[in-house]
Design a protein around this ligand. Structure first.
Ligand code: PGA
Length: 240
């Protein structure tokens, strides 16, 4: 795994954003895997600025988001579809019909796994952006998730609910379930860029680099991938 240590979240967003823009400029029909949460926001801010300053064309870009809360529809302000529209899609010339976020109203795992079929039908993901949970989750693949998992409905751990409570008015409002691309779905991406900022991510980053692949720390599966770049600030890298 390549490791890039940056001085700030803003610099991390520039480094990640430039990797994405290189792909967009050099590929005729790029397929991006995107993430939500606070981590990718600096990347999206940079992408919006550069895209506007340099008239970068997103009309041939397809995107797939990692996950969505079960029970939240696209118009819900805390849904990840809403987040993506607000933080990125509304500000670039992407065709929204080419942006996919798992459906928060999915009822069964059979339905959920069709998301992987859709990804395959678009040629697979060229570059997947990831954040990381304090418990090492990637997407919403919590500790114990099978390395063979595909997109499915998952239970959130109390640690994740606690961590995400800051986005809601009340901790009880945080959905208890999500639909998430599986670890296998993520590993199918041809290239992966993982970002982590802040001391609260330091243990997960330490384990990512130091543990053999283990179900206890889902992020460690990335050691089995041959093209992963990890972009961390000094706080997240402090236990390395
Ligand atoms: P965060 O979440 O970006 O809001 O820290 C990351 C994650 O849980 O994957």
């Amino acid at each position: 795994m390549n490791k890039i240590i940056v001085k700030s979240e803003e610099e991390g967003g520039i480094v990640a954003g430039d990797i994405l823009l290189d792909l967009i400029k050099s590929t005729s029909k790029p397929v991006l895997g995107l993430a939500t949460g606070s981590t990718p926001i600096s990347t999206y801010k940079y992408l919006i600025k550069k895209s506007n300053d340099e008239s970068i064309d997103w009309s041939n870009v397809t995107t797939f988001n990692l996950d969505e809360y079960i029970g939240l529809g696209p118009e819900h302000k805390k849904s990840y579809r809403y987040f993506m529209n607000e933080e990125l899609f509304n500000h670039i010339n992407i065709n929204k019909d080419n942006t996919f976020v798992p459906d928060g109203h999915t009822k069964t795992n059979e339905e959920a796994s069709k998301y992987d079929d859709l990804i395959s039908s678009k040629g697979g993901i060229d570059l997947q952006v990831l954040g990381i949970g304090t418990n090492g989750h990637i997407g919403f693949n919590e500790p114990g998730t099978s390395f063979d998992s595909v997109t499915s409905i998952v239970d959130l751990t109390s640690e994740t609910i606690e961590a995400n409570a800051r986005f809601f008015d009340n901790k009880n409002d945080v959905p208890k379930k999500a639909i998430s691309m599986g670890l296998k779905s993520i590993m199918n991406a041809r290239k992966i860029v993982l970002l982590a900022f802040g001391k609260q991510k330091a243990e997960a980053i330490k384990n990512l680099f130091n543990l053999k692949p283990s179900l206890d720390w889902p992020c460690t599966i990335l050691n089995n991938h041959n093209d992963v770049t990890v972009i961390v600030d000094e706080d997240a890298a402090s236990l390395l």
